[in-house]
Design a protein around this ligand. Structure first.
Ligand code: ATP
Ligand code: MG
Length: 602
């Protein structure tokens, strides 16, 4: 089996794999961080002890909505702005924690009045509006299981998810109902109730029902193992899976936000992920509210200039975003527009896709802070591996496991995944590419794939949860993403991680974004092919192609792309990830498979 150390063209050094110099933190940055002594906190941390940070329900048990909202009542936080909503028309609407508590109580009562019981699945198909936050938190309070549905999905992905969830209710708008649910309603026989945030003839008139409902509500007596959220994965590698999470996960949301996002009470926090995805729910809704921060919610879609303006005008102090968005900002230039004031910004962080070292370093100049990459999955429910505020950032690395998280890389078998022999697995050597694995036991670990117990069982071996991602660990315990096991390319005896090739291409001034796949070759097995999106002002000429090929050959040697195709757009999932499997299917004229999460008109 290849162990890939020989093919790491960017040059393996003891401390890192990207060839980029580590970024050190100043002593004042270190002293102000939530976690200062990483090694000590890791040694001393226990989830049992951390549990004391939860308030718990008044009569025992735990409920996510209570931890996020009601626990603040009776403290000064009750009057703090919990949610600041930036409407598409430019208006700003605010909800204090106290107002959010009252609204979520009303919503929980409306659900109960409409026959929803503890454990019933409630789909939430809403854009980024306060109703979304109220519906999610109110449903959790009522003990229902929330299944967030990204509002840009078309009818078929909505049907697929509601059917898998066997949803009893859905909360949406009249227009979304007509476009996305009415056409498929008959195919979801479990769906008893539709609640419409703007009323109308097709369901419960929520404004009227909310106005009539009591603004007090006893939360359902949920325990830490009771189901709370059914999150669908991004569908990057195939059909989306429904990962079930429990109320006890809130401990992980709270703790990891403190450690990995450096978040605390008083912060103005902007998570750009839509709450239809796990990042937007765990960190755009639950964690910041648990900590008493102010959440910024932007109704509109990405726009580079406006995003800079939001960071400035809203005095955002902690910003959690995604590599695709950062690459788009970088594409605009090395600096924010003149006059942009980012002095409130304290911490910048990113997730969801490999974060190219180029972008990490760009952050330092353009935003005043390096971008801190972190890694996790829908299945893990919370951040697992992260670059922290007080510690060195190694550009190109995802960072180190958070306190309470035990990670490793496992030696791989012929299929490229962890080799399991008689139920046992072996850890890979440092710098050897292995399957990234985690020791189960943290509170936000998913409890099953809804309706697919067999698939869930296949995720575990030898006492580890197998992530399906390949990574290397350096001798200091930093993890370096190589690729999804399904995306990795085998070429002439080399194992090529598409991320490394894409990052190298991104270092060329003409390249805005790249997607790399393997194409079959009778001699080499696979050849590396890159799809390249150019920055504005560059033309797709043969000369530029030759230049890019030479540029990558110089940096990457044998694993450099053999072919480069210029493209006007790369296929992304709606959560912002490059869909390499689709590039490959199109290249090879194969069926495109499940494209329900492909970005595009809905
Ligand atoms: P599916 O499982 O349906 O194919 P998905 O894996 O993209 O979709 P998510 O759970 O949203 O669904 O994404 C988790 C995956 O995203 C990780 O397994 C990893 O491949 C990728 N990822 C997340 N964070 C990072 C990161 N910091 N660096 C590299 N990859 C990351
Ligand atoms: Mg996945």
């Amino acid at each position: 089996m290849n162990n890939m150390t020989e093919t790491n063209a960017a040059g393996v050094s003891a401390g890192g794999f990207s060839g980029w110099a580590p970024i050190e933190k100043s002593s004042s940055q270190r002293s102000q961080a939530n976690i200062i002594d990483y090694d000590r906190v890791c040694r001393e941390f226990s989830w049992d002890a951390a549990r004391s940070q939860l308030s718990g329900l008044p009569n025992g048990g735990v409920n996510i909505a209570w931890e996020a909202v009601d626990r603040h009542l009776g403290s000064p936080t009750a009057g703090v702005v919990a949610l600041r909503w930036l409407r598409a028309d430019g208006q700003v609407v605010e909800y204090t924690y106290a107002a959010l508590a009252a609204a979520t109580n009303r919503f929980a009562n409306v659900l109960r009045d409409n026959g929803m019981r503890v454990g019933d699945r409630v789909g939430v198909l809403l854009g980024r509006t306060p109703e979304l936050y109220i519906a999610v938190l109110g449903a959790l309070k009522a003990g229902c299981v929330v299944s967030p549905l990204f509002s840009a999905f078309g009818p078929e992905p909505v049907r697929q998810r509601l059917a898998i969830a066997e949803a009893a209710a859905v909360v949406t708008t009249a227009a979304l109902y007509r476009r996305k649910i009415a056409p498929i309603r008959e195919e979801v026989p479990t769906l008893r109730t539709v609640l419409l945030t703007d009323g109308g003839p097709d369901g419960v008139d929520l404004p009227a029902a909310m106005a009539a409902a009591d603004d007090h509500c006893a939360p359902a007596p949920t325990g830490p193992e009771d189901p709370a959220l059914l999150h669908f994965t991004s569908g990057t590698t195939g059909k989306p899976k429904g990962a079930l999470h429990v109320h006890g996960a809130v401990l992980a949301h709270r703790i990891t936000a403190g450690y990995a996002l450096d978040l605390r009470a008083g912060d103005v926090f902007w998570c750009t992920a839509d709450p239809g995805w796990v990042t937007g729910m765990s960190y755009g809704v639950i964690a910041p509210l648990c900590l008493g921060a102010t959440v910024i919610s932007d109704e509109s879609e990405f726009d580079a200039k406006r995003w800079y303006r939001i960071l400035d005008e809203q005095r955002v102090s902690v910003w959690y975003t995604a590599p695709t968005a950062l690459r788009m900002l970088m594409r605009m230039g090395d600096r924010p527009p003149d006059g942009t004031d980012l002095s409130a910004l304290r911490f910048v962080t990113s997730v969801g896709e490999p974060l190219n070292p180029e972008v990490v370093v760009w952050g330092e100049h353009a935003l005043g802070h390096p971008v801190h990459d972190n890694w996790w999955q829908t299945e893990t429910g919370a951040i697992m591996i992260a670059n922290l505020a007080a510690t060195q950032v190694r550009p190109g690395s995802m960072g180190r496991p958070l306190p309470g998280i035990e990670a490793t890389t496992l030696r791989r078998g012929p299929d490229g995944r962890a080799a399991v022999t008689d139920g046992a697995v072996t850890s890979a050597e440092p710098s050897e590419v292995g399957e990234l694995a985690l020791r189960p036991g943290w509170p936000s670990m998913f409890r099953t794939y809804w309706g697919e117990p067999h698939r869930y069982a296949q995720c575990f071996a030898g006492g580890w949860y197998l992530s399906g991602d390949l990574a290397r660990r350096d001798t200091d315990g930093y993890y370096w993403f190589v690729g999804r096991a399904d995306d990795v390319i085998k070429s002439a005896g080399h194992l090529v991680g598409p991320f490394e090739v894409e990052s190298t291409l991104l270092e060329h001034p003409a390249v805005a974004e790249a997607g790399v796949i393997g194409t079959p070759d009778p001699v080499a097995g696979e050849l590396v092919k890159a799809f390249v999106l150019l920055r504005p002002g560059y033309e797709a000429t043969e000369e530029l192609r030759a230049d890019l090929l030479a540029f990558s050959r110089k940096a990457l040697g044998a694993v450099a792309p053999k072919t480069i195709e210029f493209t006007a757009a790369l296929p992304h999932t709606r959560s912002g990830k490059v869909m390499r499997r689709l590039l490959k299917a199109r290249e090879l004229d194969l069926p495109e498979g499940d494209v329900s999460t492909l970005e595009g008109p809905s």
